[in-house]
Design a protein around this ligand. Structure first.
Ligand code: VGL
Ligand code: ZN
Length: 205
């Protein structure tokens, strides 16, 4: 059984959002087309409280891009984004949410970030996505969304580590590119971990 996992297709990761990816809105039609070809579609949502430890403003003297320790692991600091119940945290208005049967909200603990849809960044707390997928008999996940170099990458790596077959849809993803080349390096890391990287046309007959 195969599931489509749509990662963080939220306003704040769009070109007009607080933590933009270039052309992030281009993933929306790809996600919609893929969703119509899958029997099971789930989504993740970055869902931070206002005092989240990944926000630079919550660390006096720090700026976005600085690195601190949070929850025992290295944490890149970001502008405030995807604050719970704000418009920035909402799915892009053109994303077809009707096929999405399960949403995992992550990054809710102010003391640790969660890039992956499966675990917090310290790998100590699971989000419940693995249990949900196993209950549905899923053994293969296909991933699209934002951002390639953060939440897509860590969701793919954790999925592969958990034993799922993982396919990442390249044209259905865009990266933050804090450093130039991060997106391409992320695809390489995912391939090295056993994930398959494809174009959406290869999945849409
Ligand atoms: C993300 C940075 C911070 C992502 C989330 O969805 O890739 N990146 N929070
Ligand atoms: Zn975040």
């Amino acid at each position: 059984m195969r599931a489509l996992v749509l990662v963080d297709i939220q306003n704040d990761f769009m070109p007009f959002g607080a933590l933009p990816t270039a052309e992030g809105d281009a993933v929306v039609p790809v996600a919609n087309a893929l969703a119509s070809a899958f029997d099971l579609v789930v989504a993740t949502q970055d869902w931070h409280p206002p005092d989240h430890g990944s926000f630079a403003r919550n660390h006096p003297g720090k700026e976005p891009g600085d690195v601190v320790e949070l929850g025992g692991v290295e944490q890149v600091l970001w502008p405030p984004h995807c604050v719970q119940d704000t418009p920035g945290a909402a799915f892009h208005s053109a994303l077809d949410v009707a096929p999405i049967v399960h949403v995992v909200r992550k990054g809710t603990d102010p003391g640790i970030d969660s890039y992956s849809g499966f675990f917090d960044n310290d790998h100590r707390t699971a989000t419940g996505l693995e249990d949900y997928l196993r209950d549905q008999g899923v053994d293969e996940i296909v991933i699209a969304g934002l951002a390639t170099d953060y939440c897509v990458k860590f969701t793919a790596l954790d999925g592969a580590g958990l034993g799922f077959r993982v396919t990442v849809v390249a044209d259905g993803c865009r990266g933050v590119e804090l450093a130039e080349g991060d997106t391409e390096r992320a695809f390489e890391e995912m391939r090295d971990a056993g994930c398959t990287v494809v174009e959406s046309t290869e999945l849409l007959g």
